[in-house]
Design a protein around this ligand. Structure first.
Ligand code: CP
Length: 355
């Protein structure tokens, strides 16, 4: 007997009346302006998208006729490919653009590039840029395009944090009360900054760990004055990983950027590995069943041992897989399409039958 195809409304995060579960949002710039219910809604939509990705024919017409540009001024493997896949599975037209080979090389400014792309009728720009704040400039100056921040400088990487939240929620069924230890170069990590907002907002206990020179003490200064309900108020800092990892539910290792050593942030690589590498001995102090995460790309043997990176507690590949579903959910919510649930139900069903 054929199993019941979920209605597309369920898959795509629509309420029974056909409107999106998440509230209207034009841009995804960071998680600091996401409410708990908005985060929950994105995770719920991503669950439906993940079901689409599990089908033989991974294609639904939800974004047919929409145009997405990925505009990358920095290298990427995971984020860029997953956005392209996400758009294509939803039937959008996806155009990839790198700064190299574009008119940026002739001196065109980011703003003029954005205005040019907008003039071509593009619906969503997914931007990665080495300068913190670049996506905000586009969001402020372009009035007909949704902007998704795919990583800006050391500031934010909200879609990575959402896929991390999704991965943990999928494993534990909750985020509240879990102890997350983020270890490594937290200060220069946009992934860490967005995860601090996301996990703390969802009620997790967030502990930041690493050499004191690589901890974002400026971000946390004065947090005791923020009030108990502020997400950052409860964030903890510890330079001793053996102590911080005690009872952890999730250990997230961050890439150590080699230039930090030359800049005097670290005593030596050997010392760093000895004190802050996530390895078997250390993980023994975490809770049974603790998850190990890494946003990638990894320096195996530095911030994480190979046995842990490829061991049964690591969910690093699941993070990548879930990235496609989460980005599908975000593209869908930003696209502005408001089809009725029954229409989508028919078309999704047609495709799932392979017709
Ligand atoms: N996590 C992440 O942003 O990876 P990429 O740089 O490969 O996109």
């Amino acid at each position: 007997m054929k199993s019941r195809s979920p209605a597309a409304g369920e898959l795509l995060g629509l309420q029974p009346n056909g409107s999106p579960i998440a509230g209207p949002r034009r841009h995804v710039l960071d998680l600091d302006d996401f409410t708990t219910s908005e985060i929950r809604n994105v995770l719920e939509s991503a669950k439906g998208m993940s079901e689409v990705l599990g089908r033989d024919i991974k294609k639904v017409p939800a974004l047919r006729g929409r145009v997405i540009v990925t505009l990358f001024y920095e290298a990427s493997t995971r984020t860029r490919i997953s956005f392209e896949e996400a758009g294509k599975v939803l039937s959008a037209d996806v155009i990839n653009m790198s700064s190299s080979g574009s008119s940026t090389e002739k001196g065109e400014s980011l703003l003029n590039t954005g205005l040019t792309i907008q003039a071509m009728g593009v619906d969503v720009i997914v931007i990665r840029h080495p300068h913190s704040g670049a996506p905000y400039l586009l969001a402020r100056c372009l009035d007909r395009v949704g902007i998704i921040n795919a990583g800006d400088g050391i500031h934010a990487h909200p879609t990575q944090a959402l896929l991390d939240l999704y991965t943990v929620n999928e494993k534990f069924g909750t985020l509240e009360g879990l102890k997350l230890v983020i270890v490594g170069d937290v200060m220069h990590s946009r992934v860490a900054r967005s995860n601090i907002w996301g996990f703390a907002r969802m009620g997790a206990r967030v502990v930041l760990c690493g050499p004191s020179t690589l901890l974002p003490l400026d971000m946390l200064q004065g947090r005791e004055k923020l009030g108990h309900d502020h997400p950052l108020a409860s964030v903890e800092v510890d330079t001793d990983l053996d102590r911080a990892i005690e009872g952890a539910d999730i250990v997230m290792a961050l890439r150590l950027q080699s230039e930090r050593q030359n800049a005097g942030f670290l005593p030596s690589l050997r010392e760093y590995i000895r004190r802050w590498q996530v390895n078997d001995a250390r993980l023994g102090r975490a809770r049974d069943g603790a998850l190990v995460m890494h946003p990638g790309p990894m320096n195996e043997g530095i911030e994480i041992s190979s046995s842990i990176a490829h061991g049964d507690r690591a969910v690093i590949e699941q993070q990548v897989t879930n990235g496609v579903a989460v980005r599908m959910a975000l593209l869908y919510h930003l696209s502005g399409v408001q089809p009725s649930a029954p229409e989508l139900g028919d078309t999704v069903k047609d495709h799932s039958d392979g017709r």
